[in-house]
Design a protein around this ligand. Sequence first.
Ligand code: SF4
Length: 158
Amino acid sequence: MKLCKFSQKSKEYTYKTFTDKQNKLHGKKFASIPFNKRLVFVPHCMRNTTICTAKEKDSYYICSECSGCKINKISKLVKKLNYQTLYILKGGRTIEKIIKEQKPKAIIGIACFFEGYQALKILKDEDVAVQFVPLKKDGCANTDIDIDEAEKVFRYEN
Ligand code: SF4
C-alpha cells in the first residue's frame, strides 16, 4: 500500500515537472499570440451534469452558460477577450483533429496532470504555444479549477 502511494506521488511529480517545464518553454511565445488565435480546451468532468444544458457535438460540448459550473465564467471570458473558440472535450483524442481544422497559434488546456501530460506529449511537434492549467480538484466528475489563476493565464500578453 505504501509502495503504491509512493508510486502515485512519483508519477504526479513527473507530470507536474514536465507540464511546468513546458509552460515555461512556451510562455513567452504564448503571450505574443493574439487572443483571437488562441483555443481553449476544458474537460467535460467540470460540467455540472445534473443541470448542464451544453450542446453536444460529436466529440465535444458547447457551453450554453447556464451558470451551473465554472465553465460558465470561462466561456464568458473567452467571448470578452475575443478568444478563437472554447471546446469542452469528451476526451483528449480529438485534440489533433480540432487543431488541424482550426489552426490555432496558441492553446490553453485545462485538465488533470495526467491528461495535461498526455496532451502536451501529443502537441510537442505542433507549431502551437501551449499553456497548461491544472485542475485543483481532479477526478471523473465535479472537478474544479482556481478560476483566478486560470484568468491570469488567459490574460497573458507581452
Ligand atoms: S455552465 Fe456550461 S458547461 Fe457548466 S453546467 Fe452550465 S452549460 Fe454546462
